[in-house]
Design a protein around this ligand. Structure first.
Ligand SMILES: C[S@@+](CC[C@H](N)C(=O)[O-])C[C@H]1O[C@@H](n2cnc3c(N)ncnc32)[C@H](O)[C@@H]1O
Length: 234
């Protein structure tokens, strides 16, 4: 099993609390378009599709045919798409050479067997098809504004998530070549206050210890701009 179960409560929290507003994703749309070179009818695998947020966006943005694979029944039940396929990265229920691209958004750190996932991606993708990984890698967690307030969370990422170089090495062993690695900005929320809305200040020691004015000043700053890494392998 991976690092956490996407059971009913986890899926409900993800569905309400984790989707970046579409108008904050212009840079992601442009970056994906650049590496994907989308064409109508192209078959794209969204692996670990969750609630189908990206699958739906890719179908709308690029007119591609998205095959969304997701192991958690609770996540699939909350999907916006008519159908997500039940399946896991290490045993994809897909034919060899049947896909033109793959997208994995914040999934690699959940995979208990990354080499098996890379081998499966190599099997189902046509030669030369790109794999686009959107992720927070070890050593990169301070790109996420909210996490900067929680050093323990930063440490957890650094200690337990794969580094980008490790992911590149695993995919190289499966026959992929790294093509690009870049940080892509997104507007995750209109303000820090909007992010903190669902958080309990008293549950977090550093937020308790600053005075109310300092807390209020911190939560009324401007747009919260984050970057995450895009790794492209082919
Ligand atoms: C953080 S969520 C990301 C969901 C979606 N990609 C997104 O960005 O909105 C991680 C997803 O990876 C899925 N996952 C975990 N282990 C997996 C595996 N072995 N194979 C495929 N997906 C997996 C989880 O069920 C969950 O839906």
């Amino acid at each position: 099993m991976g690092r956490m179960r996407y059971d009913e409560p986890a899926a409900a929290a993800f569905r309400t609390g984790r989707h970046v507003p579409v108008d904050g994703l212009a840079h992601w749309r442009a970056a994906v378009a650049r590496h994907l070179a989308p064409r109508p009818g192209m078959a794209l695998l969204d692996l670990g599709a969750g609630t189908g947020w990206w699958a739906q966006l890719f179908a709308t943005w690029f007119g591609v045919r998205v095959v969304a694979v997701e192991p958690s029944a609770a996540m699939r039940a909350r999907a916006r798409l008519p159908r997500l396929v039940a399946g896991r990265a290490d045993a994809l229920p897909l034919a060899a050479g049947s896909l033109d691209a793959a997208w994995l958004s914040t999934v690699v750190h959940h995979l208990a067997d990354l080499p098996a996932a890379a081998a499966e991606l190599r099997r189902v993708l046509r030669p030369g098809a790109p794999v686009l990984l959107r992720s927070v890698f070890a050593g990169r967690a301070d790109q996420i504004t909210l996490l900067r307030f929680f050093p323990e969370a930063i440490r957890l990422v650094d200690d337990t998530y794969p580094r980008a170089a490790e992911v590149r090495a695993v995919f190289a062993a499966a026959g992929f070549t790294a093509e690009a690695g870049e940080a892509v900005a997104q507007v995750s929320a209109p303000s820090l206050a909007a992010i903190l809305d669902g958080l309990d200040r008293d549950a977090h020691t550093p937020l308790r210890l600053i005075d109310d004015d300092a807390y209020a000043a911190g939560t009324t700053t401007g747009p919260v701009i984050d970057t995450m890494d895009l790794l492209v392998l082919r």
